[in-house]
Design a protein around this ligand. Structure first.
Ligand code: AMP
Ligand code: ZN
Length: 475
């Protein structure tokens, strides 16, 4: 089978082939670093990590680029409101640059804990202002942008394809814009969007500011992704990812800016992760997107504080398809933690028992591969994993670790580390286990139980099986 991926551009699954054989150019919209990432944000990065690992599993080299939004993202995704970064810093009473670096670091730590591979290139918006200015100039020269007293805008009337991506009439988008907003009276069309904000009017005191041909100011949010993606990956990318909210504003704007400037297709495959939602606070069934508002803001640290393994959250995400909304509850988190624990427990057992790979494992290898190749169908891939385990347990044939480790290149659940850590005990413990086996043979149950209890106190559990006594460290 071939890898097929759902492309938001065409609204269907398509067979994926990169432009250049063997190499995939992929860009992911990064975090806006005015606060910690919530587990909804992290779901989107787990999705792009699964995508990247699947491409690598398929033998591609993936040139993965991710930006860090440290300027320009306003409190609405469009041109209204204030800069999220400036607001975050003011509310925390901290220096804005300090805030940006602090939350960026926290984000890298989250990604590491979730075993998300670090992108090959990480680019901060604030370090690419010249590239953004150059792109805006190019748009100006080609007649796609205009300047007002307050800003420089992209002129959507010059890009007739603008509504193709959202498949929504422009009127709908304009109606969506809020009324009370201090509109720029010189803006030609309400749906035109800012490429550059001048440090005047509502942005007079904007702290992050740079010189530009249009005066001192700062870039709009969308331009950063076009400028940095094209700088590191060229004018046409194979894949661009983000959360599903970006389908409506951010990504159509990226397409408009990039394609108007180059005359080329910007992205061949657009892929979007569905949102993580939570029940509302008052206990009703109404679902709300996970957000950074109070009472609705769960971070990875929240999960750690409650004693969850961060990879149990990754496991929870793997149990839903990336295009399906995922409803977060503590019950589902507990179920994921239990599922992950028993997967690790099986891996530890298989490591101790060992054995040749039985021929029936091939069916599961095939099933796993077709599941991931079918638009990253992880629930199906996970079903293949658990059925393989069940069959191994039933047949008492445990030579499935090579297959499990192979699947884990995509799952990213650190099964090898977990299995090795679980069976890693010192010589004293090994001697005790041996002594207990001998005590059992001699029907000295008292001594055997004594040793079992002694080891249990050290967090080592024993299991007597036909293949001998197995042990497992549980803490
Ligand atoms: P931001 O920090 O707002 O730029 O968002 C970072 C990423 O998280 C973007 O790709 C968003 O689309 C995504 N995102 C935001 N909220 C959620 C959510 N509740 N569930 C999944 N992804 C989200
Ligand atoms: Zn972006």
């Amino acid at each position: 089978m071939a890898l097929s991926l759902y492309n938001t551009l065409t609204r269907r699954k398509e067979v994926f082939q990169p432009l250049e054989p063997g190499i995939v150019r992929m860009y992911s919209c990064g975090l806006t670093v005015y606060n910690y990432a919530h587990i909804g944000n992290l779901r989107t990065y787990i999705f792009s990590d699964i995508l990247r690992r699947t491409l690598e599993y398929e033998g591609y080299e993936v040139l993965h680029v991710m930006n860090v939004t440290d300027v320009g993202h306003l409190t609405s995704d469009a041109d209204e409101g204030e800069d999220k970064m400036e607001k975050g810093a003011r509310e925390a009473g901290k220096d804005i640059w300090e805030i940006a670096r602090f939350y960026e670091e926290a984000f890298w730590r989250d990604l590491e804990l979730l075993n998300i591979e670090k992108p090959k290139v990480i680019c901060r918006a604030t370090e690419h202002i010249p590239e953004m200015i150059a792109l805006i100039q190019r748009l100006m020269e080609r007649g796609h942008a205009y300047e007002t007293d307050q800003a420089v805008y992209f002129d959507i009337s010059t890009f007739p394809k603008y509504t193709e991506f959202t498949r929504q009439p422009l009127e709908q988008k304009v109606i969506g814009a809020r009324e009370e907003v201090q509109e720029d009276p010189q803006k030609r069309h309400p749906a035109d969007f800012a490429l550059w904000f001048k440090a005047v009017g509502r942005f007079k005191n904007h702290i992050m500011r740079w010189e530009s041909p249009w005066g001192v100011g700062f870039p709009g949010w969308h331009i950063e992704c076009s400028a940095m993606a094209m700088k590191y990956l060229g004018e046409t990318l194979d894949i661009h990812t983000g959360g599903e909210d970006h389908i409506w504003v951010h990504h159509p704007n990226e397409i408009a800016q990039s394609e108007a400037a180059t005359g080329k297709q910007f992205v061949r495959f657009w892929m979007h992760g569905a949102f993580l939602v939570v029940g509302s606070q008052n206990g009703s069934d109404e679902e709300r997107r996970m957000g950074k508002s109070e009472g609705n803001f769960i971070t990875l640290q929240t999960l750690l504080d409650k004693g969850y393994d961060p990879l149990a959250y990754r496991y929870a995400c793997l149990m839903a398809h990336y295009r399906q909304k995922l409803r977060f509850t503590w019950e589902s988190m507990d179920a994921a933690a239990a599922g992950y624990a028993s997967l690790k427990q099986f891996a530890a057992r298989a490591l101790q028992v060992g054995g040749e790979e039985p021929p029936w494992v091939q069916t599961y290898r095939d099933r796993f591969r077709s599941a991931i190749e079918d638009d990253l169908n992880m629930p199906q891939a996970m079903a293949a994993v658990s059925e393989m385990i069940r069959e191994a347990e039933t047949r008492k044939e445990y030579g499935v670790l090579p297959a499990l480790y192979d699947f884990d290149r995509v799952l990213g659940l650190k099964l090898r580390e977990a299995a090795e850590a679980a069976v890693d005990v010192d010589a004293v413990v090994k001697a005790l286990i041996k002594e207990r086996e001998e005590a059992r043979k001699a029907r000295n149950w008292a001594r055997a139980d004594e040793i079992r209890n002694q080891l249990a106190e050290q967090g080592i559990v024993l299991e007597d099986t036909p293949s001998g006594t197995l042990w497992r460290r549980i803490r």
